[in-house]
Design a protein around this ligand. Structure first.
Ligand code: HEC
Ligand code: HEC
Ligand code: HEC
Ligand code: HEC
Ligand code: HEC
Length: 396
């Protein structure tokens, strides 16, 4: 009975992304190793390679948490929603009420959705055939259509890339501007418009982006430099020399990328110490996923002894529709939102204890703030690791 009733009220279809099956010859990065082994090795190091449920503790525990709190949707339905950007080559792109009814009875093991989630096509997360098999990016669509809902795929076996004159014996090639002179368009397919189950847009790297002449790839894939795109030798017995970029997509998880990411100035203002953070980057910091954090820690000293420690957390906090602290993906409301805007600055004021004659200020970054780390019981030390941006000492 419940079955039929659910079907009746919930049959409004979700926007269906088009699915093009990836052929066995191309579906995993192992298939590219024979000729692009250097690129595969760099990509394996990147967090794009970890964007799948099985490979990122934070992602996995967030999905589990959302599924526990949202009793209208099954775990698999949430996984498929998140796959929009985290696993866009998944073969099933939405579920319906009929599926929810079956899943609620634990009878969905052999369903298309369960099979698609188990498939090894998606186990690598954002792999080569996510970016290099896109035919068109549809920026004419509404802003909330992202990931697989914003692109149409190439025929399996055609790779899009930056070169107009490449030839490969293994696959066809086609050049696309989003692989060459307009690469931000590719990044914004997913790095924009992150929205909660309650419809709250919690991050939008596209609207906060200030064009400075540098594209995402200039900083996160490095400058173009001479190298080779493929190790395969041509008729002259040599691989082609090409201008290439790195595929490590270095970002928030990599400590040495944070060094000097912000400029830190200090100023004494009466009985307060002002710490001014300047962000030269073209997007806000923290940005990207919600619940990231920048920490300002100050140690005051006087007469050679430590007098006091002060700390300030620069982060965003979220409340659920019941008013409880929650993860960004269940947020109905933002209660505290601090970040340093793109190419902007912010000043933070801390009281100077009497008797201090100096202070050491350490500005660092953490991937997950205390509130969310405790809520999700994250175990891996990477989530709480303080990555140092800048350390300065001042006389007071
Ligand atoms: C997140 C998207 C993304 C993923 C994932 C990705 N690439 Fe790329 N790749 C790019 C972009 C963007 C360029 C163009 C760089 C430029 O501006 O020259 C590129 C360039 C290339 C090139 C041309 C040479 C070079 O390095 O610039 C080859 C070959 C290539 N990629 C192969 C691969 C292989 C193999 C994989 C999987 C191991 C992969 N790519 C994964 C985005 C991606
Ligand atoms: C048998 C060797 C071989 C294999 C295997 C191979 N490629 Fe290539 N690929 C090449 C060659 C050769 C080129 C051209 C290089 C050049 O012109 O500098 C190329 C070029 C490319 C380009 C750039 C295309 C352009 O027009 O800019 C991309 C992207 C690419 N390959 C992706 C892949 C991916 C993804 C895989 C795995 C699914 C793969 N390749 C497997 C040999 C191979
Ligand atoms: C298909 C969707 C998609 C596309 C296209 C995409 N990304 Fe990502 N990107 C993601 C997801 C999802 C993550 C988070 C993965 C994780 O942490 O598990 C991510 C993570 C990152 C990170 C963070 C890495 C870290 O160490 O913190 C950087 C930097 C990044 N992407 C840059 C880029 C750039 C540059 C482009 C464009 C060339 C791009 N991405 C294109 C989805 C995408
Ligand atoms: C001028 C260089 C520069 C450009 C251009 C740039 N970034 Fe960044 N980005 C940085 C730096 C520096 C950081 C901080 C250190 C880090 O996480 O890599 C950062 C951080 C990030 C992070 C982690 C954010 C956080 O606060 O946790 C993501 C995701 C990211 N960038 C994506 C992008 C995307 C997508 C684009 C293009 C729209 C882009 N970046 C353009 C320099 C740049
Ligand atoms: C609009 C595309 C998009 C969708 C849909 C999406 N994500 Fe993401 N997600 C991203 C991007 C891009 C990043 C990388 C941002 C960064 O590194 O700061 C990311 C990063 C994350 C991270 C941080 C991972 C890390 O290693 O630090 C978590 C957790 C996460 N997403 C959870 C989810 C969950 C849960 C869902 C589904 C309810 C979801 N995402 C749906 C684009 C998306």
């Amino acid at each position: 009975m419940r079955h039929v009733w659910l079907l009746g009220i919930l049959s409004i279809g979700l926007f269906a992304a088009n699915v093009v099956q990836v052929g066995d010859k191309y579906k995993d990065s192992g298939k590219c190793k024979a000729c692009h082994s250097h690129i595969v090795a760099q990509w394996e190091d990147s967090w794009h390679a970890k964007s799948h449920y099985g490979n990122d503790e934070y992602f996995q525990k967030t999905i589990d948490y959302v599924a526990r709190k949202d009793n209208r949707k099954s775990l698999n339905t949430i996984k498929i929603e998140c796959a929009t950007c985290h696993n866009p080559r998944i073969a099933v792109t939405s579920t319906n009420a009929e599926y929810e009814a079956i899943a609620a009875l634990n009878l969905d093991k052999d369903s298309a959705a369960s099979k698609a989630l188990r498939s090894d096509t998606i186990a690598e997360g954002i792999n080569c055939v996510v970016c290099h098999n896109i035919d068109q990016i549809h920026d004419e669509l509404p802003a909330d259509k992202r990931g697989m809902n914003r692109v149409t795929w190439m025929k399996s076996g055609t790779m899009t890339g930056p070169y107009s004159d490449a030839k490969s014996p293994y696959h066809k090639v086609e050049q696309r501007p989003f692989m060459d002179n307009n690469p931000n368009q590719l990044c914004f397919v997913c790095h924009a418009n992150d929205t909660s189950e309650e419809g709250l847009r919690f991050v939008d790297m596209q609207s906060e982006f200030k064009n400075s002449g540098k594209a995402c790839v200039d900083c996160h894939m490095g400058a173009r430099k001479e190298g080779i795109a493929a190790t395969l030798r041509d008729a002259n017995g040599q691989p082609h020399k090409r201008l290439i970029r790195e595929h490590r997509f270095i970002g928030g998880h990599v400590e040495n990328m944070w060094k000097d990411a912000l400029k830190v100035d200090t100023r004494k203002n009466g009985a307060a110490l002002e710490v001014i953070l300047n962000n030269p980057q073209p997007h806000a910091l923290p940005s990207g996923f919600g619940s990231r954090e920048i920490l300002i820690e100050v140690q005051y000293s006087g007469g050679g002894k430590v007098i006091k420690n002060e700390a300030l957390s620069i982060t965003t906090r979220y409340l659920s529709k019941r008013g409880k602290p929650t993860v960004p993906h269940l947020a109905a409301k933002i209660v505290q939102s601090i970040s340093i805007p793109a190419q902007g600055s912010k000043a933070f004021s801390l009281p100077i204890p009497t008797g201090s004659d100096g202070a050491t200020i350490v500005v660092s970054y953490r991937l997950v703030n205390d509130e969310i780390r405790e809520l999700l019981e994250l175990k891996d030390p990477i989530w709480s690791k303080k990555m140092v941006i800048k350390k300065v000492s001042v006389k007071l």
